[in-house]
Design a protein around this ligand. Structure first.
Ligand SMILES: [Zn+2]
Ligand SMILES: [Zn+2]
Length: 178
């Protein structure tokens, strides 16, 4: 794998990125970048690991085929819409503790992860997953406070005017104070 490139993309090498590379190693056995155009990744954390997935699997936040669920778990689900195949990759129990106890520093953890078979750290199973709906595009409407164009479905209504979420929150705070 193009380790140097992903390190450049992410900014440094770290245990999280190394774990992400192992997730990618597993995912690549099931899915091919480019072939599975419709590959979707659901990630249950926003750690360094996710950058390996964005970089190597081309599942990116901007394209809408990277879905973040804020569960704080090292669980990664990949779904091919075309082929109807889904796999769930989950970090095995006690792994984080093992890293802490067994190794002296981050570098040792990184090396241990990179040198191991991914099966040492992750459990993999095929799952039935209904793919999330494709990202919908809605027209933009200007916020009546800051004027910035905002996707229609994200606007909030306050006293009959449409506000973007940050403006809505500012107005709410003002009201609570007065
Ligand atoms: Zn990192
Ligand atoms: Zn606004």
């Amino acid at each position: 794998m193009e380790t140097e490139e992903v390190v450049r993309f992410h900014g440094h090498m770290c245990p999280g990125l190394a774990l992400g590379m192992k997730v990618v190693e597993i995912a690549k056995r099931y899915f091919e970048r480019g072939v599975d155009e419709e590959l979707v990744a659901i990630v249950e954390n926003n750690s360094c690991a996710v950058d390996a997935i964005q970089y190597f699997m081309s599942c990116t936040f901007g394209k809408g085929n990277l879905i973040f669920r804020d569960y704080g778990k090292h669980v990664y689900t990949f779904i091919s819409r075309d082929r109807g195949v889904a796999i769930r990759i989950a970090l095995k129990k006690n792994m984080i503790e093992e890293f802490r106890e067994k190794f002296r520093d981050r570098e040792e953890v990184v090396n241990a992860i990179l040198e191991s078979e991914p099966a040492k750290y992750f459990e993999v199973r095929e799952v039935d997953v209904v793919p999330p709906e494709e990202a919908m595009i809605f027209p933009s409407v200007p916020c009546s406070r800051c004027g910035e164009p905002t996707m229609e479905t994200r606007l909030r209504v306050l006293d009959g005017s449409l506000l973007c979420i940050p403006c809505f929150e500012v107005e709410l705070k003002k009201r609570r104070k007065s």
